[in-house]
Design a protein around this ligand. Structure first.
Ligand SMILES: [Zn+2]
Ligand SMILES: [Zn+2]
Length: 165
């Protein structure tokens, strides 16, 4: 079901089973600190890029859907769990999770929602000491590290993790 319209951005889940395309530039980009978004992404807030449903298309696989309230639904990948969308069902508007876009810098938030639940430590994160992944992971382990996430690896190839200690 490839679209005939010009694709401006693409995205998908970590395993690659579910993919989508945006046919317009995202707007109304925001972070949401509400408790539902915290739970939905398993993090302190959700970051969303906004798009009209008519400018959005699923291009691979079928997402799972969860109604987090009587007003809203959230799509996610049932295979790997990646949160993909948030949408108020009665509005002609939806959001994709910024982290699921192939270009993580395709959109930047301009608004914050759900301020009543914002974690108090959030403003301090930017001031914390930081390291890169290469600095954190020993060189010996980096040499063995192979990404299993899409698109580094095609979906459905299978791999079994070694037994945990
Ligand atoms: Zn997936
Ligand atoms: Zn929210």
């Amino acid at each position: 079901m490839a679209t005939s319209r010009k694709v401006l951005h693409t995205g998908g889940c970590q395993c690659g089973a579910v993919r989508y395309a945006l046919m317009a530039e995202p707007t109304r980009n925001h972070v949401c600190h509400c408790r539902m978004c915290q739970k939905a992404v398993g993090g302190p807030f959700a970051a969303f890029a906004g798009i009209k449903p008519g400018d959005f298309e699923w291009t691979r696989g079928t997402p799972a859907v969860y109604a987090s309230s009587t007003l809203a639904i959230r799509h996610f990948c049932a295979a790997c769990g990646t949160p993909l969308t948030f949408r108020y069902v009665e509005r002609d508007w939806m959001n994709v999770t910024m982290g699921s876009l192939d270009d993580a810098n395709a959109a930047a938030p301009a608004l914050q929602f759900g301020m009543e639940s914002r974690v108090p430590w959030l403003p301090h994160v930017g001031m914390l000491p930081g390291t890169t992944t290469e600095q954190m992971v020993p060189a010996e382990a980096m040499a063995r590290l192979a990404s299993l996430q899409h698109p580094d690896r095609e979906t459905g190839l299978g791999w079994s993790p070694p037994k945990a200690g």
